[in-house]
Design a protein around this ligand. Sequence first.
Ligand SMILES: Nc1ncnc2c1ncn2[C@@H]1O[C@H](COP(=O)(O)OP(=O)(O)OP(=O)(O)O)[C@@H](O)[C@H]1O
Ligand SMILES: [Mg+2]
Length: 204
Amino acid sequence: MKRCHGAANKMAVICVASTKGGVGKTSIAFSLAKDLDYRYMTNDMSIVVTKYDKATYNPHKMPLYDNTVYDFGGFVDKHSHEILDAADIILVPTINDLNSVMKSLKMIKTFQHKTILVFANMVENNRDKQMIKEAIHKYFPHMAFTHMRRSKLLKNALAAGLSATEFYNSNNQTRYLYRQAYAEYYKILKVFTSDEVNNDSDHT
Ligand SMILES: Nc1ncnc2c1ncn2[C@@H]1O[C@H](COP(=O)(O)OP(=O)(O)OP(=O)(O)O)[C@@H](O)[C@H]1O
Ligand SMILES: [Mg+2]
């Protein structure tokens, strides 16, 4: 796997991309950027710009930087295509919705030469998770896959200007309330700081 630009064992250029709105791109991109102490760059105006001093909004031409999480919303233009092509990994948030799955499949097809991690987000139960997994694996059987349950963790963290880790660790109540969601988030965070793109190990 390509990991040439960044510090040892850290992926340098992470893209979070989906042409489907409201799937959780901004929420996860911000939290990962803050936890990794990376820049956050977006072509789609987001609240993160007011919450994170390393966040930049550029609707036209985003520079390609190392140690950056890119949050790509909307359609993929020629310029974002170049950055996606240069990414160490593309995280594709997908919810259990036909349109979302279809758009993810299209994104995967376009960038199938890249390292991709499908992120099933806002999963309410095992069935949700399985539906997304099966729909993706039908066309891309070896696609790496991870998930996160429906939870307020990312929303409340972003509202407080904190990463999921900072928010989770802020007090005993948050540590209790968000333990499962945080465990899932932590698994995703680990992908960017360790050697393997972890597949969901639980095949439930
Ligand atoms: N795991 C989750 N569980 C529940 N809600 C979530 C989860 N992840 C994100 N959300 C919520 O879903 C909504 C959409 O998230 P977000 O803005 O991150 O999506 P987006 O893909 O960036 O949307 P857009 O395309 O509009 O930029 C937000 O209210 C966010 O808090
Ligand atoms: Mg967004």
